[in-house]
Design a protein around this ligand. Structure first.
Ligand SMILES: NC(=O)c1ccc[n+]([C@@H]2O[C@H](COP(=O)([O-])OP(=O)(O)OC[C@H]3O[C@@H](n4cnc5c(N)ncnc54)[C@H](OP(=O)(O)O)[C@@H]3O)[C@@H](O)[C@H]2O)c1
Length: 347
């Protein structure tokens, strides 16, 4: 049985995911006996559905269209809908996986929250990289997926190119994770590394980060800590005590002066933007903190992330890997999709 895929959000991640489906389809068929086909694509202009699946050539062509123009596409056999939810009636329950990759919204989680909850109601499985709905409403979203008896995975929401979420969800089953802390935002890490190494101000380091593509033109979600706060909030949810993103103690990086960075440097420390969750106190925080200059946390560079996990019995493990970027994120989404497809097909 082929598994149908509907991708909601056709930007950086949605498009890269379609490329990776084309790259991996044969491997997934040969290695795991999975047959995945893309039947729906949505952007802010509208949704297109092709019941029997888009061909490889059609997908390659769609990857070249400008953003926000799916509604204008003409391909024979497609149906057009004003939005993703309207298209849901034309998709098949039980064999459809919805991929939700619209922008993360920390005010009300929309439009992703509605996309996910409506998909669950229709009996579709779902995978997301979108942090908004889970950072705000973790228990509600997971509860609805369970009630509607569908599979829901979200490994790419935290440390997007690294399977940290599976590690935290299953690796310690039956045990207690006491603390999780580390670097889960590459933009702020880049800025602090530049301030330390080049001895430049926060503003100068931010400008360099924007030139090199590490920071958005509007960098506030990163430098004010919303992105790492959302991720640590999701981690707290996985560990069974969800702290909504607005309750995470959050100190903006804007408050870190070069003087502080240089004083720490003279004393053998680096300042790092650390996200932490402590299951014993039930507190989640995001803040600039001193770490020893020769510690593994101090050595994290580029787009990599690093998280330390402290568990019962005084054990400590470290997970390090890609923190994001279209290709790592899409490959992580693909892994979640393959897991669901294998389960649905009884593999
Ligand atoms: N980029 C990364 O490395 C990364 C890593 C981990 C997680 N994520 C998460 O992945 C998600 C996608 O990121 P991205 O970089 O791909 O963002 P993006 O490039 O801004 O793409 C977002 C897409 O969502 C579409 N969209 C917006 N509102 C919509 C609606 N109501 N219905 C259907 N589509 C809608 C946009 O449409 P238009 O094209 O018409 O504007 C666009 O195609 C975000 O939640 C982000 O936080 C990203």
């Amino acid at each position: 049985m082929p598994i149908d895929i509907c991708v909601i959000g056709f930007g950086n991640i949605g498009r890269e995911f379609v490329k990776q489906i084309l790259n991996y389809n044969e491997f997934l068929r040969e290695k795991h006996g999975l047959n995945l086909k893309i039947v729906g694509l949505a952007d802010s202009s509208g949704t297109i559905v092709k019941k029997n699946g888009f061909s490889k050539n059609e997908l390659l062509k769609l990857l070249t269209i400008p953003r926000g123009s799916l509604a204008k596409v003409n391909i024979s056999g497609i149906k057009k809908f004003a939005n993703a939810v309207e298209a849901f009636d034309s998709l098949e329950p039980e064999k459809t996986i919805v991929i939700e990759v619209t922008p993360s919204n920390y005010v009300n989680g929309e439009p992703a929250k509605t996309h996910l909850l409506e998909a669950f109601k229709k009996g579709f499985h779902a995978v997301t990289a979108n942090k908004g709905p889970l950072a705000l409403y973790f228990n509600e979203i997971i509860g609805e997926a369970r009630r509607d008896n569908v599979e829901f995975r979200f490994k790419a929401t935290v440390m997007a190119g690294t399977p940290l979420i599976d590690y935290l969800s299953y690796g310690y089953f039956g045990r207690n994770i006491e603390k999780v802390y580390g670097i889960i935002n590459a933009t702020t890490n880049y800025i602090l590394n530049k301030m330390y190494e080049k001895e430049v101000s926060f503003e100068e380091a931010l400008r360099k980060a924007q030139v090199e593509g590490y920071a958005e033109p509007d960098p506030s979600l990163d430098i004010d800590g919303w992105d790492p706060a959302a991720k640590i909030s999701i981690i707290s949810g996985i560990l069974g005590n969800h702290i909504p993103v607005h309750n995470v103690v959050r100190v903006s990086l804007r408050e870190t002066a070069l003087d502080e960075v240089l004083k720490a440097k003279r004393e053998g420390y680096m300042i790092k933007y650390i996200a932490s969750y402590d299951s014993l106190t039930g507190e989640a925080r995001v803040e600039p903190k001193r770490v020893k200059a020769d510690s593994y946390i101090a050595k994290v560079r580029g787009s990599r992330n690093l998280v330390v996990v402290e568990s019962d019995g005084g054990l400590k493990t470290v997970v390090e890997g890609p923190g994001g970027g279209p290709k790592p994120t899409s490959l992580t989404i693909l892994s979640d999709v393959a897991l669901i497809a294998a389960k649905v097909m009884g593999k």
